[in-house]
Design a protein around this ligand. Structure first.
Ligand code: GLU
Length: 323
């Protein structure tokens, strides 16, 4: 028995040593902070850029250097945060909730996940070629639909939608796995009938495709959507506003989540403090960097978070009376 416990203890020590050695550099080592985002035509990538801009303009006083990485999206970012490859990530609130609670597609709870703040709302957006005749979710049966690349938020969120609505992937002519930057060309070239994207509006991704092919955005409503929205705390009814994309002249009802900025407990209190300070202290210039940020309000940016607030961020919010 004694030997057994000693062996376990030694095994654990060796394992943690190995983990320590293998863990990639993270948590602002050398003052560097990397933010994982999404495809370059989405809103996450410019969001990361905007945050870094706010942080880097005070580099002289805090010594941090913030840089942005284009990635596969929310699920990828959550996993990369867990493994220490990223310091900060943009993550859909539903995906953050699954990571924190250890639900599918995550193998276990990502207990070191911490929130900084939330940004814009993202809606579950199904963009279709007009000539595909898709006017509601039921019309996707037999069609070529892009669900999303593995690692993306949309693959997770749309997968759950199809499951709850009883549309198994084998009922589709194609369940595509293209990444966000590839979806518009595939739609224009008639290789897809429609693609899911969980995204803020406006996004360059849909703006571009709407100028080269006639599109419609499909309303996502009905019993199964209602079921999802009433079952999960992170889903809300939403709409894709009229007048943003060519041919989309009235609001399209759907549902959605929030884009959240998350990190881990590995990030120092000082770095977390400086990041949120950079954004909140310069909120007007931050909001001017992307039209999806126009509606941001400080108090609302502390809502819709799926993991506990990082203590360094909390310190700043308490100082400012936001918490
Ligand atoms: N919500 C998408 C994802 O998690 C990314 C959207 C964007 O890049 O704006 O993969």
């Amino acid at each position: 028995m004694k030997l057994f416990t000693a062996k376990i203890a030694m095994g654990a020590a060796v394992a943690s040593l190995a983990l320590g050695l293998a863990a990639p550099a993270s948590a602002e080592r050398g003052g560097f902070i990397t933010i994982g985002t999404g495809g370059v035509t989405g809103v996450y990538y410019p969001s990361g850029g905007a945050i870094c801009r706010m942080v880097n303009q005070n580099r002289k006083s805090h010594g941090l250097r913030c840089s942005v990485e284009s990635t596969g999206g929310s699920v990828y970012n959550s996993n990369a945060l867990a493994s220490g490859e990223l310091d900060i990530g943009v993550v859909q609130s539903d995906v953050g909730y699954k990571a924190w609670n250890g639900q599918e597609p995550f193998q276990g709870k990502v207990t070191k996940l911490r929130s900084l703040f939330s940004l814009h709302p993202e809606s579950v957006t199904l963009t279709a070629r007009k000539d595909a005749g898709i006017n509601g979710l039921k019309d996707i049966v037999g069609k070529r639909i892009n669900i999303g690349n593995p690692g993306s938020g949309q693959a997770r969120t749309a997968g759950e939608l199809l499951e709850v609505c009883g549309i198994s992937e084998d009922k589709l002519a194609l369940a595509g796995r293209l990444k966000a930057s590839e979806m518009p060309d595939a739609l224009r070239d008639n290789k897809l009938d429609a693609y899911f994207y969980v995204v803020g509006h406006p996004t360059a991704n849909i703006k571009d495709v709407a100028t080269s092919v006639d599109i419609n955005i499909v309303p996502l409503t009905g019993g199964c959507v209602d079921k999802l929205v009433s079952k999960y705390p992170y889903f809300v009814k939403a709409k894709v506003p009229a007048g943003i994309y060519r041919g989309v002249d009235s609001d399209v009802p759907t549902y959605g989540v929030k884009a959240t900025i998350v990190t881990t407990s590995d990030l120092s209190d000082k770095a977390a403090y400086e990041v949120v300070k950079g954004v909140f202290e310069n909120l007007d210039s931050f909001k001017a960097l992307h039209p999806a940020f126009r509606i941001l309000e400080p108090k609302e940016m502390l809502q819709g978070l799926s993991a506990p607030i990082h203590p360094g961020a909390e310190k700043y919010y308490k100082e400012k009376g936001l918490l």
